[in-house]
Design a protein around this ligand. Structure first.
Ligand code: FAD
Length: 431
């Protein structure tokens, strides 16, 4: 009998627990250690921030689902992982021991790396549902007293899609409120060009997103380093190829939302051999850590090196499709270890993204994620918005019913016919 613990019940951790339960029947045990007992669908946060979704609509109470699926729940949260003892110390002082551990703790949001950044200071955030809820009154205040808006992603950020999404969703919401004509909008990004997305672009994301920005009257600043934020004002340096400051900007704002850089969470940061200097978990091609081979990791917490040198540092995004493939591979590998066999499954590191613009959107598929690619496809239109709404419904249904079937692979790509365009058959390990 083995006991597998999943640390973190976000997008990756929750489907990881469901997948492990499918792969490892009783008497094997599966448990989840997380903070609280609810799951909130992070991709819906931009909609929550402008009041298009309530918290209830995007949140799942995991307690009854996990009970039904015979998965243990420790909602106290982890204080510290002690890998040499195969033990997690919880925030209430108790401990959970494991035979195998899957770390799925997502990102810690590094607002503190820039003076004045974040929801405790002067900019809004959509990274967490609580932040998105707090951003709604700020949106209402903007509608009441229109003024300039600054949206974007700071130096070291890796999650650019949601920054673009939020700029266009906010733009649509302001048009709906009939105040867009009094709101100058600027997109500030550490990317070297619009549509880079931490991936050196996918298909024509540069052309598509620049064109959308022009059409929606959103100005932009690339290669941007945010130096500091004060009440109603952001200081930004535009960095040249040689690293010098090409131009300085002082941007006044009535409302700002900036995506921060990410790092690994405190409970796992600074553990020699487990995490890199920023606290991301080191994993081999089987999602397994070399120093602690009973530890696997999935999702945003996994260490992935940046694509290449850019004037301002940018990270590589980790999105749902990639996370799902890490989960599928990890479930199979742990099940094989429990049977005394060696891990053999590898995640397919592809990117599939739907960036919603409120009434249209941009979609892209990158296979593999790092160029040169076999599939390098992007498209835009109203269908992206409709597809994103359908995905939200499907994903929340899957979370509420405890299903682990690969979602992006089987439903998204095949229903949209994207894999039939020119993609080779996507390999997933057999169950
Ligand atoms: P998370 O979902 O963040 O889950 C981490 C979990 O670990 C959380 O439940 C957290 O409470 C828990 N945790 C952290 N520390 C501890 C601790 N010490 N003890 C116990 N539990 C802990 N990707 C897409 O493919 N499509 C999208 O449309 C999309 N939209 C996004 C929108 C936004 C605003 C953001 C920020 C990201 C988006 N992403 C999207 C990227 C990615 O899919 C999500 O960030 C996704 O939620 C990452 O999943 P995860 O499991 O790695 O981390």
């Amino acid at each position: 009998m083995v006991h597998v613990v999943v640390l973190g019940a976000g997008l990756g951790g929750t489907i990881m627990a469901y997948g492990l339960r499918d792969a490892l029947r009783a008497p094997h045990q599966v448990s989840v250690v997380t903070k609280g007992s609810s799951y909130a669908f992070v991709p819906s946060n931009p909609w929550v921030a402008v009041g298009w979704r309530s918290q209830e609509a995007v949140t799942v109470n995991l307690e009854p689902v996990l009970r039904k699926r015979d998965i243990g729940l420790h909602p106290q949260g982890a204080k510290r992982l002690h890998p040499a003892e195969k033990r997690i110390e919880l925030l209430d002082g108790s401990s959970v021991s494991y035979d195998y551990l899957v770390i799925a703790t997502g990102p810690e949001l590094a607002f503190d790396e820039i003076e004045g950044l974040g929801p405790e200071q002067f900019t809004q955030s959509i990274c967490h549902v609580d932040h998105a809820l707090r951003a709604k009154p700020a949106f209402d205040a903007l509608v009441k007293n229109p003024g300039p808006v600054v949206i974007g992603a700071v130096q070291g950020a890796s999650c650019f899609g949601p920054a673009y999404e939020f700029a266009f969703i906010l733009e649509k919401a302001l048009r709906g409120a009939r105040v867009r004509d009094r709101v100058p909008m600027t997109f500030v990004t550490s990317e070297p060009y619009i549509g880079h997305l931490g991936l050196d672009g996918v298909g024509d994301t540069k052309g598509l997103l620049e064109s959308e920005m022009r059409e929606h009257h959103i100005k932009w600043i690339c290669n941007a380093r945010v130096d500091k934020v004060e009440a109603g004002q952001m200081s930004v340096s535009e960095i040249a190829e040689d690293g010098t400051v090409a131009r300085s900007h002082t941007l006044p704002f009535a409302y700002s939302m900036m995506l921060p850089a990410f790092r690994g969470v405190e409970a796992v940061r600074g553990i020699e051999g487990l995490a890199n200097p920023r606290g991301f978990i080191l994993a081999d091609k089987h999602q397994r850590n070399a120093a602690f081979p009973e530890i696997f990791s999935v999702g945003v917490c996994v260490a992935i090196p940046p694509l290449g040198k850019t004037p301002v540092p940018v990270g590589v995004p980790k999105t749902g499709f990639m996370i799902e493939s890490m989960v599928t591979a990890t479930a199979r590998n742990i099940a094989r270890l429990a049977e005394g066999k060696a891990p053999d499954a590898e995640a397919t590191w592809n990117a599939f993204c739907l960036a919603d613009f409120g009434d249209s959107g941009v979609a892209f598929v990158a296979q593999p994620q790092i160029p040169p690619r076999n599939v390098n496809w992007s498209s835009s239109g109203k269908w992206v918005h409709l597809a994103k709404v359908a995905f939200e419904k499907y994903f929340l249904h899957k979370m509420r019913s405890g299903q682990s079937e690969p979602f992006y692979e089987h439903l998204a790509l095949q229903a949209l016919g994207i894999d039939k365009l020119k993609a080779p058959k996507i390999e997933t390990p057999a169950k």
